[in-house]
Design a protein around this ligand. Structure first.
Ligand code: PLP
Length: 393
């Protein structure tokens, strides 16, 4: 029997020179939440993304938790979030006793900013106590936007809206390290560096990985200082173990950072490969009737993290789930979009504003292999299979 192609969706691309750093961790004993690789990694990421400084933590989720807390989200508050995202964007809001309000996506998969504006205009009122949700009488403190699959959202518009309605902005850039704007007000600015706080993740499926890890980006020194303080159990006096506040054990470890300092050096090579493979797929798959590769936003340099293909059953012959099954059966790992967060059991009773387009994408989208160690030959194998599976009429 012919061997299966065995092409994973998105796997780490690690190099053995990381071992030099790990060896140093072992020899010096600096394996936990202190050590030179942590500060070195923070400096490198800050320099690459163009912020003054950054704070390394143990996951993107931890970074988001700190971000919302530092921006003042408290029990009873509400935070506007996209329904199309990984659930980690939303969970930290509930850790703080606050509530999400879900927004629909547009055709870029990012938050629909027209709908956001009509929600704010029609359903909320701006008072001297801040923005109030008329339905619940709760305060809406913040807005979180996600650069879904690495595609930069229109931050110029996000910031305008946030300023008009007095909202803090958390940029969930967990998927978009390496993406930046090529025009407009934020030309040359990286995703995650424009809102009040930006968040990165170095989980194993992201463009670069430290095993597990995350980072907080900001141009505000007080915010970064506060994040660093809260991430190490809020030690007021480390010698005498004094704590004036409740903190967390969220600091990035030196072992994780030992991976990070090597991985960040490769980021532009990784983007290069992701771009090459994306363009190959786009050129070939757009020729297949019934398959449509989603574009990235114009005037941006995306990191091309994940590739999305929309399956039109009437033209392709198979529906999305049939195609998913066939691909996975032959060893080409593909997956659907996340289930909408506003449909998940813990969140289905929260406010969701006119969710419509997101349903179309949940039902018809697949993500196809996109690792940074994916060869051209493997890309062609995926393309061949997608051609073969089409049912000729
Ligand atoms: C991966 C991811 C996160 C969470 O990051 P972890 O490091 O896994 O905690 C948050 N938001 C989005 C959009 C993600 O893709």
């Amino acid at each position: 029997m012919k061997q299966k192609p065995n092409i994973p969706l998105s796997v780490p691309n690690l190099s053995l020179d990381i071992l030099d750093n790990v060896k140093e961790c072992i020899e010096t004993g600096w394996v936990s939440t202190g050590g030179r690789f942590i500060t070195e990694f923070e400096k490198k990421v800050a320099e690459y993304t163009g912020v003054d400084d950054a704070v390394g933590v143990q996951s993107g989720t931890a970074a988001l938790h700190l971000a919302f807390q530092i921006l003042g989200v408290e029990v009873g508050d509400e935070v506007i979030v996209p329904t199309v995202t990984f659930i980690a964007t939303v969970n930290p809001i509930t850790y703080l006793g606050a509530k999400p309000i879900f927004m629909d996506c547009d055709d870029s998969l990012n938050m629909d900013l027209d709908k956001l504006e009509s929600f704010l205009e029609d359903e909320c009122s701006l008072t001297e106590n801040g923005l109030i949700n008329e339905k619940t009488n709760n305060k809406i403190k913040a807005l979180t936007v996600v650069n879904v699959f690495g595609n930069p959202i229109d931050m110029e518009r996000v910031i305008e809206i946030a300023q008009k309605y007095n909202l803090k902005v958390v940029e969930d850039a967990a998927e978009s390290l390496g993406s930046f704007y090529k025009g407009g007000k934020y030309k040359d600015r990286h995703t995650g560096t424009i809102g009040d706080i930006g968040v990165l993740s170095f989980n194993a499926n992201k463009i670069l990985t430290t095993g597990g890890g995350g980072m907080i980006l900001s141009n505000d020194k007080d915010i970064l200082e506060r994040a660093r303080f809260l991430s190490v159990q809020a030690k007021t006096n480390p010698l005498y173990f004094e704590h004036d506040e409740i903190g967390y054990n969220y600091r990035l470890t030196n072992i994780a950072a030992a991976f990070g300092t090597k991985q960040i050096d490769k980021i532009e090579d990784f983007v290069e490969i992701k771009k090459r493979n994306y363009e190959l797929y786009k050129k070939e798959l757009d020729k297949i009737e019934g398959l449509d590769v989603l574009p990235f936003n114009e005037n941006t340099r995306p990191n091309y993290w994940f590739y999305s293909v929309i399956v039109d059953k009437n033209k392709y012959g198979l529906n999305r789930d049939e195609l998913l099954m066939k691909l996975n059966d032959i060893g080409i790992q593909a997956r659907p979009l996340w289930g909408l967060i506003s449909d998940q059991k813990p969140y289905k009773d929260f406010e969701a504003y006119k969710i419509d387009k997101a349903r179309h994408y949940v039902d018809n989208l697949i993500n196809i292999p996109c690792s940074t160690n994916l060869t051209k030959e493997k890309v062609y194998q995926v393309i061949e299979m997608l051609k073969k599976f089409k049912i000729q009429k």
